[in-house]
Structure formats: structure tokens, C-alpha cells
Write a protein that binds this ligand. Structure first.
Ligand code: G3I
Length: 325
């Protein structure tokens, strides 16, 4: 991707070598084609429930395998994620924590995980999706037990872990609903300012960018939000871009043409933001393995390849946006 670190994709692949060898080879050959993707994000295997299934029992198998696969094709990896409301381990919900005891769990998880993967991770999404649309903190075991301090504590622990590695590992906050200016974006700017006042490391903001066909914010609106974070000295990245149909048909010519325009306007915003919008990652490149139908009944067709792994107009629209056509 011109002037960028990458164009990338998320992938939800099986978690062991054996399973992957029997996995979809047509899919894998696109995923690992360095002419298409320069970055991969693990859709699941680095999340809390997989990495620390029982308290202080760590399992890095899936994450290590994912990194091996990415490194073989020269792709960088945005590691995802350390602290989130969702996909946490049963031990976390099985007992009553105090703020102190849960903070110790969070510190151990963050530090052990960052240390293990070290700078094989280009970056970590330290906290994922902490805010409601109105800018208040959303409910999670972390917020509900520790209170608002969990936010700065997570970045403080991550910063200490990065320092201990002696490597350059970027720390990100990742969310949706911040791709335009509004209450949520304003609240996040305030949290970033708070971290910076305390001299706590935060390097970038991930704009998830899960959009609907015909409902994508304009390039100008996306650019305005990016610029508000760039002005604070941060990098930004589009981390989970997809554009779903809220109902069939998913493959009409007119629908796909609109979807292509939607993808174009997002990637164009990153291009116009300059080098500090470091790149764009799509959240799964294909309608075969997309997360969308599982999460939104009746919705789909969100990706740049169809379910038989053929390129859609959106694929070519992204290429045009990258080349400035
Ligand atoms: O691993 C089990 C498998 O053993 C079981 O047979 C199967 C049956 O349902 O479920 C499998 O777990 C699924 C898991 O993905 C792994 O494939 C879960 O049900 C499913 O809920 C989970 O969905 C993931 C979702 O996060 C969870 O909230 C999606 O793959 C993943 O793409 C999605 O990613 C999130 C980002 O992390 C944050 N931003 C939003 C994005 C989309 O929701």
C-alpha cells in the first residue's frame, strides 16, 4: 500500500499446526500472498480466553502459530487484544473480584502476554471497545470492578511490559463508532489526553470501520476524526474495515457498485490523512468466513472477496483508492 505500512486482513484460522494443514488451502493461498496482504490480525487466537484460559495458565499455541504463518509471508501483525469485555475466560466470571485482585489479574495478563510475543507484534490493541456511543464507559468486568482507573492502569502495565522487552511495540486503543466526530470520539480524545498528562504510552488509535452499504461516513468525515487524533501526536489505522449488506441481495451489480464506493471512501480517508494513517486492515477478506452473518442474522456480503473467493468490485475500488485513481 503506497506510503503506508500495509494493507492487511484479519483471519480466524484454526489454532494448531495440524488443524491448519487440513484447513482451506484456497483461502490460505490468498491470505498468505504477500502481493495482496502485508499485515494479518488474529481475529480470535490472542484474545484473553484463548491466551489465559485458567488463571495464570497461559496458552500461546494459537498466537505463535498465527505469527509463524504471518512471518512466512512477510506480513506484520497487529496483535489483538489484551483487555475487552468479550471473550474473557470462565475463571474471570466465576468469582467475585475486588478492584485490587482483578487489577493484579489484568497486570499479569498484559505483562505475560506482551513479554511472550515481544516485537513479533507490531502493536497491541491494549483496550478494545471501552466506550458507549455517548462517550461513557461501557460495562465490562474490568470497568465494573476496577472503575475508570482500569483504563490508565492497562496502558501503564502495557508500557512497563514494553519497556522490559526493550523493543519497539506500539500500544493502541481500538474501537468502532469513532470514525466520525461525535460524543464517543470526544470522550476518547479526553482519555488520550489524560494518558499523555500522566506520561503513559499510547501510540495510536484503531478505527474499526465496520460500515453498512450506503451508510459509510464520507471521506471528509472520516478524515476529520483521524486528524483530531493525529493532532495529539498519535498514529491512526483502519483496523477492521468491512461494509455489510443489511439484507439480501448481497451480489446485485448495483449493490456491489455502492459497496465499492463505500470501501473507496474509507481507504481514501486513510490515504488523504498521510503517512500517520499507517494502513488499512479488512476484517476477513472473504464472505466465506465473515463474522457478520453469525453476529447479525440475515446480513452479509461484507467483504472484498465473495464466498467462493473471487474478487468483488470492492477489491478493485481499494486498489484505485491506494493508487489515487
Ligand atoms: O471456537 C468455537 C468453536 O469451537 C465452536 O464450535 C463455534 C460454534 O459457535 O464457536 C467458536 O467460537 C467462535 C469464535 O468466534 C471463534 O471462531 C464464537 O462462537 C464467535 O462468537 C467468535 O466470534 C468472534 C467475535 O469477535 C466475538 O465477539 C469473531 O470471530 C471475531 O471476528 C469478532 O471480532 C471482533 C473484534 O475482536 C473486535 N471488534 C469487533 C469484531 C467483530 O465482532
Amino acid at each position: 500500500q503506497q506510503g503506508k505500512l500495509w494493507f492487511g486482513t484479519a483471519a480466524d484460522i484454526p489454532q494448531t499446526n495440524d488443524a491448519v494443514e487440513q484447513f482451506d488451502t484456497a483461502y490460505l493461498s490468498i491470505l498468505t500472498n504477500p502481493n495482496i496482504f502485508g499485515e494479518m490480525t488474529p481475529a480470535n487466537v490472542m484474545k484473553f480466553m484463548y491466551v489465559e484460559p485458567e488463571q495464570n495458565v497461559f496458552n500461546f499455541t494459537g498466537g505463535d502459530y498465527f505469527l509463524n504463518l504471518a512471518e512466512k509471508s512477510g506480513a506484520k501483525v497487529r496483535c489483538h487484544n489484551l483487555v475487552w469485555a468479550t471473550q474473557i475466560s470462565p475463571f474471570l466470571t466465576a468469582q467475585n473480584w475486588t478492584a485490587d485482585s482483578l487489577t493484579a489479574v489484568m497486570e499479569n495478563h498484559i505483562k505475560t502476554t506482551i513479554k511472550h510475543f515481544s516485537d513479533r507484534c507490531y502493536s497491541w490493541d491494549v483496550i478494545n471497545e471501552a466506550l458507549n456511543g455517548d462517550g461513557t464507559f461501557s460495562s465490562s468486568i474490568w470497568y465494573d470492578t476496577i472503575g475508570p482507573d482500569y483504563f490508565y492502569l492497562a496502558y501503564k502495565f502495557a508500557m512497563e511490559a514494553v519497556r522490559d522487552t526493550g523493543k519497539d511495540i506500539k500500544l493502541y486503543y481500538n474501537d468502532y463508532g469513532i470514525e466520525s466526530l461525535g460524543n464517543k470520539t470526544t470522550a476518547l480524545l479526553g482519555l488520550v489526553k489524560h494518558l499523555q498528562h500522566r506520561h503513559i504510552q499510547i501510540d495510536g488509535i484503531g478505527f474499526e470501520s465496520h460500515f453498512e452499504v450506503g451508510g459509510t461516513p464520507s471521506t471528509a468525515d472520516q478524515l476529520a476524526s483521524m486528524k483530531s487524533f493525529l493532532a495529539m501526536g498519535l498514529d491512526v489505522a483502519q483496523t477492521e474495515l468491512d461494509v455489510r449488506f443489511t439484507g439480501p441481495p448481497f451480489y446485485s451489480a448495483a449493490g456491489q457498485a455502492q459497496q465499492a464506493r463505500d470501501y473507496y471512501s474509507s481507504v481514501a480517508a486513510c490515504m488523504q490523512a498521510g503517512r500517520r494513517c499507517i494502513g488499512t486492515t479488512v476484517w476477513d477478506f472473504d464472505d466465506k468466513y465473515s463474522w457478520v452473518p453469525g453476529a447479525f442474522a440475515g446480513q452479509g456480503g461484507a467483504d472484498i472477496y465473495n464466498a467462493t473467493l473471487e474478487r468483488k468490485p470492492a477489491y478493485y475500488a481499494i486498489a484505485d483508492a491506494i493508487q489515487g485513481n
